[in-house]
Design a protein around this ligand. Sequence first.
Ligand code: PLP
Length: 398
Amino acid sequence: MTHVFPTYADASGRRFGAEEEEAAIRVLRSGHLWRVDGTEAPALEAEFAALMGMPHAVAAATGSAVIHCAIAALDLEPGDEVIVPPITDAGSVIGVLAQGLVPRFADLDPLTGCLTPETVEAAMTERTRAVVVVHLFGGAADVEGIVALCRPRGIRVVEDCAQAYLTVTTAGALVGTVGDIGCFSLQQSKHISAGDGGLLVTADAELARRAALFADKGWPRAGGDRTHLFLGLNYRMTELTAAVARVQLTRLADVVADRRAIASVWTEALARPGVHLATPVERHSYWLFPIVVDPDVVGGDNRALAQRISRSGLPVQAGYLQRVLYWTPMFTERRTFGTSGWPLTLAEGWSASCPVAERMVEQTLVTVGINENFTSEDVEVAAAALTGALDELAEGRP
Ligand SMILES: *Cc1c(COP(=O)(O)O)cnc(C)c1O
């Protein structure tokens, strides 16, 4: 029996109300839709900085764009290396390649799917200059441990928090505030959205200045001089996007709280041997609800489990990705700049192998769609579908 669950793809799983409508109309009626000499984007930046307790925030066109701005702000040399995880959105690494830097894939914690201080250290070379830490699915990586490893070596830490608004580390910090720069996304599927959009925060005024310049052609407009201080792109956010995002920010705490409440029901229902769930619930923000299984104990792998869950109508993916990032043609065929293979050619014999990540995608990881607009009936139907699927697997039922 298939149930229809709210989805982020339409109004059923999004919280766009009268305030967003009013914000969009306000900007349209003003006749001023770009952020240059605008008010909405600067206000969004100030409000997000305040929410995060950080001195600086920069808005840009997408989550991938703010990660690119963050990487560009570090002002590294072509051929310098940036450690990245293999289970993530491509947005975590495309800015690295675009800046002529070499991504080094480090392996992951087998339960959280995040980089660890140990895997980061193992991937370091003499050319390592930065790490992109992804807080996967809304669960915090050990970013304090990674920063403690990197800072004495002069290695910068960029936090990719696109899936992790209001996620809290074990030390009690908001993710995005621990590394040098924290990056967030406002794309359709994230906790809050304006269709597309990105925000970064940093405590470093110079990094904030460079990131903002990079998003606007390296053009220091406030000075009144039409000049370009360095190569930048046009990644500007529009006033329409910013106005909607400002309202969405006011809904964020409720969205995350509602997701946690659902996750705590499922976490209790699914407690059994061979099933690892992300805990504690209060620190996670559940962009997705990840389940990591021990196939030998639960009686089947992630594909077998996902297939049984999917019969309920619940959105579910085995492995989250179909393949780890370094097995896409961007890397396997080095489809970067023409046929040059650049910048991967800057690191002799570049290759990637992360057996833990590969096993997660192929055998152990299942991600379940979770949404703040699930009714209590949706939550119960989903819990029954999840436990039922595990029972079927355990009993060897097809
Ligand atoms: C969504 C996402 C991005 C990219 O954000 P966009 O706004 O889609 O460009 C980057 N990293 C992670 C982990 C994401 O989930």
